[in-house]
Write a protein that binds this ligand. Structure first.
Ligand SMILES: Cc1cc2nc3c(=O)[nH]c(=O)nc-3n(C[C@H](O)[C@H](O)[C@H](O)COP(=O)(O)OP(=O)(O)OC[C@H]3O[C@@H](n4cnc5c(N)ncnc54)[C@H](O)[C@@H]3O)c2cc1C
Ligand code: SF4
Length: 337
């Protein structure tokens, strides 16, 4: 864990909390929630700075990269529900800071803690470092994501050309459907990987003991989905994505002042956007060991189909026409929004 004096957020309560939508509809469509991260990234780049965050590479692996032009910021958009490989980015951040550049680093709280611990150890001046963390449910093992892609390819007998962890464009912000475009032209929509994720079969063991599930944050700004926003601000939600943004430090405050004209925002209380991921780590599924035993003994698809929701999901997405699915979801997801 990181020394507590490095948590610039201090205290247990953010300095301010906002419900936010990016004014640019295209950015919001591409982003996971309200599209706040691209606004921050573009501001850092306009100061000739460098931005670090998570993208998917050509093999669909989640990796952290450095970007210093606005035309590449879109690569960070969207949540990749798998542990990201940091590679050598901590040293790259150090090098940028040594060259007196502004740096924006985004990732999970533990990645930010790790980066700060590294920079502290090498005695690097952090005054030009800005950090943004995603309020984090937990990250699945990259091995399972890799297996899942292979499973899709074998089941549908074609290679995956494009993978979307959460297809907001077709299914809206509140739903969670994975989409794959295959080389043979087919599009596959499913929620089986999602079921493993939310039912806590595949999160990293460390995530079940996460020390960052709190309103005391490690970063300057924390980003989350603002579930239930319509109960706080009438008609704010259009199912295209709203972020809950926690401003945790004076640096975070100054960033918000610089970008706020690009955003539709309203200040709220932290109690309005509380969620489990800001309170306590999630417990592993009682059947987690069974899932992994099945995986090691019989392989991935046997383990996958040992999970009850996966069987249901398989039937729903394979038998139900997309239009009917969307209609059902429209009614069932209404309360969440
Ligand atoms: C693994 C994971 C778990 C999440 N759990 C929750 C949750 O419990 N509650 C909740 O409200 N929201 C959760 N989110 C979503 C998160 O709130 C949104 O990513 C955030 O609101 C940013 O939205 P945006 O529209 O501003 O950014 P976008 O434009 O979508 O930018 C995405 C940002 O997320 C970062 N990112 C994407 N994938 C990863 C990854 N695998 N590892 C590290 N950084 C990544 C990128 O670097 C970028 O900064 C989760 C996201 C991920 C990736
Ligand atoms: S849940 Fe905690 S330990 Fe797991 S990735 Fe998120 S911040 Fe890191």
């Amino acid at each position: 864990m990181i020394p507590t004096n490095m948590n610039r957020g201090g205290g247990g309560t953010p300095l301010a909390v906002y419900a936010i939508k990016n004014r640019d509809e295209f950015i919001r469509k591409e982003s996971r929630s309200g599209g706040v991260f691209p606004a921050i990234a573009n501001w850092i780049i306009s100061k000739n700075g460098a931005v670090y965050g998570c993208v998917t590479d050509s093999d669909f692996r989640a990796v952290h990269i450095r970007v210093d032009s606005k035309s590449n910021v879109h690569r960070f958009s969207g949540s990749k529900y798998v542990q990201s490989d940091l590679g050598d980015v901590c040293r790259e951040v150090q090098s940028d800071l040594l060259n007196d550049k502004y740096v924006l680093f985004s990732g999970t709280s533990c990645q930010i803690a790790g980066l700060k611990a590294f920079l502290h150890k090498v005695n690097c001046d952090m005054s030009k470092l800005y950090t943004v963390d995603i309020v984090c449910h937990g990250v699945p093992s990259p091995r399972i994501w890799e297996e899942y892609i292979r499973y899709i390819e074998e089941t549908y007998k074609s290679n995956v050309e494009h993978a979307d962890f959460r297809n907001k464009r077709d299914f809206g912000w509140a739903d969670h459907v994975e989409s794959f475009r295959l080389k043979n032209g087919k599009c596959i929509n499913t929620s089986s990987y999602t079921a493993l994720f939310y039912r806590h079969f595949t999160l990293r063991p460390a995530c079940h003991q996460c020390p960052y599930k709190s309103t005391q944050r490690i970063s300057d700004i924390s980003l989350a989905d603002f579930w239930g926003v319509n109960k706080v601000i009438r008609l704010f939600n259009d199912n295209k994505g709203v972020s809950a943004v926690l401003i945790n430090s004076e640096n975070g405050k100054s960033v918000f002042e610089m970008i706020k004209d690009n955003l539709i925002w309203k200040e709220v209380g932290i109690e309005n956007c509380m969620q489990t991921a800001l309170r306590v780590p999630f417990a592993p599924n009682k059947e987690r060991n069974n899932f992994w035993n099945q995986y090691y003994l019989k392989g991935f698809s046997a383990a996958l189909f040992s999970v009850e929701n996966v069987k249901k999901d398989y039937l729903i997405h394979n038998l139900l026409p997309k239009k009917i699915y969307l209609l059902i979801k429209k009614f069932t997801l209404r309360n969440k929004m």
